[in-house]
Write a protein that binds this ligand. Structure first.
Ligand SMILES: *[C@@H]1O[C@H](CO)[C@@H](O)[C@H](O)[C@H]1NC(C)=O
Ligand SMILES: *[C@@H]1O[C@H](CO)[C@@H](O)[C@H](O)[C@H]1NC(C)=O
Ligand SMILES: *[C@@H]1O[C@H](CO)[C@@H](O)[C@H](O)[C@H]1NC(C)=O
Length: 153
């Protein structure tokens, strides 16, 4: 019974389980990590993200594989952020777990007003993936600097 409860709790907080096992991010750069869960297969998620990045003028698409999408984002102030979307299938047959990370190239953008959060969030929002069944977004101030006062445009 106790074991079963633990497994369920871990599944519910899947994002957290994955994040806490991740390597610490360099702290001299502003950064953001977000975990999303989608109730659709990863190849569909991948396609939607790539299509959306191509449609957004401020992004430059880099290498794309079935499990990793890399891009650069140029923010209005002329700063560049590296953006990654890493896809992992979930144990549920149809689901996809995606970890997004955005890192500013320059140390002086440490307080970025949520730029890195918006870099990631806007792609998922724009792609329509937020409307897929089982959609969940998980992050917090430790994983995502400026998340609390971000106002994505
Ligand atoms: C993204 O930026 C990095 C660092 O400035 C650069 O090395 C890389 O080639 C860029 N990738 C694309 C797709 O522009
Ligand atoms: C994206 O992934 C590449 C390859 O694993 C890594 O070198 C880079 O630091 C990552 N960038 C971000 C913003 O997480
Ligand atoms: C963050 O917002 C404040 C107040 O709006 C502004 O003065 C500052 O320049 C912004 N910083 C960045 C890095 O955009």
């Amino acid at each position: 019974m106790a074991v079963r409860t633990l497994v369920v709790a871990c599944a519910l907080f899947l994002g957290m389980c994955i994040i806490t096992s991740g390597k610490p991010t360099e702290t001299t750069h502003a950064f953001c990590k977000i975990v999303w869960l989608f109730g659709i297969p990863c190849n569909q998620v991948n396609m939607a993200i790539v299509t959306q990045i191509k449609a957004m003028g401020s992004y430059k698409l880099g290498s794309v594989t079935p499990t990793l999408i890399q891009a650069n984002h140029t923010s209005a102030v002329g700063q560049i952020e590296g953006v990654n979307f890493t896809m992992t299938g979930t144990s549920m047959s149809m689901g996809c777990h995606v970890e997004g990370s955005s890192v500013s190239a320059f140390w002086f953008s440490l307080f970025d007003n949520g730029t890195n959060y918006c870099n990631l969030h806007n792609v998922i929002q724009g792609s329509g993936l937020t409307k897929t069944p089982g959609f969940m977004e998980f992050t917090n101030e430790w994983l995502c600097l400026g998340f609390g006062f971000s106002a994505c445009k």
